[in-house]
Design a protein around this ligand. Structure first.
Ligand code: B12
Ligand code: SF4
Length: 498
């Protein structure tokens, strides 16, 4: 959105943002407040940036805004690229912009402003009477044409303060991998089909020149106060090792001195990169582990990486003194109970600094959704009711397996502690076994006390000076006591937003 604002302003269009985030702006819980705010801007057009979980809200708000303001309404964002048909089925949306919109959105606004036909713009699906005109996408903008970020669009100081000084930034765009549960493979497929170019000709993975990234960071520090951490939201920051080395050197030289967080992929990681990141000030290194089972990674997730490479990457990061974070999912299509336990075992072996778990959610348009459907595993009743992938699984594995997913989803760190070689393992193994043996009634009672119990056990092991994982910062994150004890001694510098 920040990049789109720059691109639109460059063509003379004024932009304003209504950040419909009721945590930041509690008044925006009410649709009427959003509508009044929109009216106060007297817009010529309204755009929505939508991810799948926001689709229902976006559709509802679009209907109300259409009725109240009667201006063209434009949909964009990942959900629109993945499910444009669903979006255009909602009459409140006049246009759907697919893929990267840095050139298409300003062109569309020009057409609307100058009353030109808006139906022939690449990347745009538009209504002509009852027909929907579906224009193909254009190639991605090259790195040098990616607009800079218009942070002024956001209430940036408020945003920064609300996240304890954590600021999201990007060094580029794109990912070279094609994991089945992610939007990237479907995006590339659409671009290949509609442009007739090959993946390499399309050049999806782009990094901005290092100097431009550093300039951006310096600018943020100059303009905004209390910035405590930069979090690079690039899918795979470590993809180009030469780029990482150059960035790390330049970051050190710039003396910005603010810790930063990056996403890494074990297939493009080694001890040299680990050392460079550490010496430049990387405070958390995040890896997508997703499953500890080789079959699931290969056949279901299309994430070909060996157990050995995962283990050696985490070891290299730890040796360099980096705090690691592992993302993982349970309840994956076709996953067996033993395969799910392999993920727990893997975490017990590699012992990341923290791990964030979630329950697999089949995003529309992804290959993983197709696999889940093909195996008849999607519960069509549960799916629409689920707003996120934290609460429960929309897949059916049979009663017992479903129940185990629920239990693991609640108390995942207990299972990891239990399978590790930590001294606390035996204690947690007993607790995890008792949890597994509970019936529904007992589990519902246990759920109410779980966080208190987890805190109590953690306290016990802290007193004894024994390392363990406990739930910290949010209900889906297990953090090593080594880290949170060190943090408690340090000034407020939370790492809870990763
Ligand atoms: C950073 C990030 C976050 C950060 C956001 C931080 C921030 N400062 O913005 C955090 C951690 C908060 C986050 C949270 C979530 N995220 Co997220 N996130 C990302 C990530 C890695 C990068 C987003 C980004 O900036 N991309 C770069 C820009 C250039 O791309 P873009 O956002 O798609 O925008 C372009 C086009 O889509 C289009 N466009 C976008 N908006 C609009 C609007 C209009 C009007 C138009 C015309 C065009 C348009 O033009 C843009 C420029 O070319 C993406 C993956 C990715 N690589 O994109 C996932 C991703 C967007 N997230 C995803 C998800 C699921 C979530 C969560 C729902 C997870 C959760 N359950 O909590 C939440 C939802 C948050 C919310 N807002 O409600 C999924 C969405 C899948 C889907 N089908 O919708 C993605 C695609 C990851 C994935 N693996 O598939 N996320
Ligand atoms: S590596 Fe991450 S961002 Fe890239 S395709 Fe896989 S899940 Fe998506």
């Amino acid at each position: 959105v920040a990049a789109l604002s720059t691109a639109c302003r460059f063509r003379g269009h004024e932009c304003a943002l209504i950040n419909v985030n009721d945590k930041l702006y509690p008044a925006l819980k009410k649709d009427d407040a959003v509508i009044e705010l929109a009216k106060s801007h007297a817009p010529e057009a309204i755009g929505f940036s939508i991810v799948t979980q926001q689709w229902d809200i976006a559709a509802r708000l679009a209907q109300k805004l259409k009725a109240a303001l009667g201006v063209p309404i434009i949909a964009g964002g990942v959900h629109v690229t993945m499910a444009p048909g669903e979006v255009m089925n909602e009459p409140a949306f006049d246009f759907a912009v697919l893929g990267e919109a840095d050139e298409a959105l300003p062109e569309l606004l020009d057409a609307l402003w100058f009353r030109r036909d808006p139906c022939g713009i690449k990347n745009v699906w538009a209504r002509r009477g009852t027909e929907i005109v579906k224009n193909p996408v254009r190639p991605f903008p090259k790195a040098e044409s990616i607009p800079s970020m218009d942070y002024g669009l956001f209430d940036f100081q408020h945003l920064t303060d609300s996240k304890d000084g954590w600021v999201g930034v990007m060094a580029g765009r794109g990912c070279p991998y094609r994991c089945t549960y992610c939007f990237n493979h479907a995006l590339i497929e659409r671009y290949r089909r509609e442009t007739g170019l090959s993946a390499s000709e399309l050049g999806y993975v782009r990094f901005l020149p290092v100097e431009r990234v550093i300039e951006n960071l310096l600018d943020i520090v100059k303009k905004y106060k209390r910035v405590s951490t930069f979090i690079f939201d690039d899918d795979t920051f470590t993809f180009d090792r030469d780029y990482v080395q150059r960035f790390c050197r330049a970051y050190k030289q710039s003396r910005i001195g603010i810790p930063f967080v990056v996403n890494a992929h074990v297939r493009s990681f080694d001890s040299e990169i680990a050392k460079a990141l550490k010496s430049a000030g990387c405070s958390v290194l995040k890896f997508g582990l997703e499953s500890g089972n080789a079959r699931v990674r290969k056949e279901v997730l299309r994430r070909p990486m060996s157990d050995g490479k995962i283990e050696s990457s985490f070891a290299a990061a730890h040796e360099a003194g980096l705090h690691t974070s592992a993302f993982l999912m349970i309840g994956l299509p076709t996953e067996t109970v033993e395969e799910m336990r392999d993920t727990v075992r893997m975490l017990g072996r590699i012992r990341p600094g923290r791990f964030r778990w979630s329950v697999f959610y089949p995003f529309p348009g992804t290959e993983a959704e197709r696999i889940a459907r093909e195996h008849g595993q999607i519960n069509e009743k549960k799916l629409p009711a689920l707003r996120n992938f934290m609460e429960a699984s929309p897949l059916d594995f049979g009663e017992e397996h479903n129940f185990l997913i629920e239990k693991m989803n609640l108390a995942f760190p207990w299972f990891v502690n239990a399978s590790s070689k930590l001294p606390a393992a035996a204690f947690y193994a007993e607790k995890a076994a008792a949890l597994e043996a509970m019936n529904r009634g007992q589990f519902e009672e246990f759920k109410k006390n779980f966080r208190a119990l987890d805190a109590e056990y953690s306290k016990k092991f802290r007193r004894e000076g024994l390392e363990h994982y406990a739930v910290k910062y949010n209900p889906f994150m297990g953090v090593s006591s080594k880290f949170f004890l060190a943090e408690e001694g340090a000034p407020k510098a939370h790492e809870k937003h990763v």
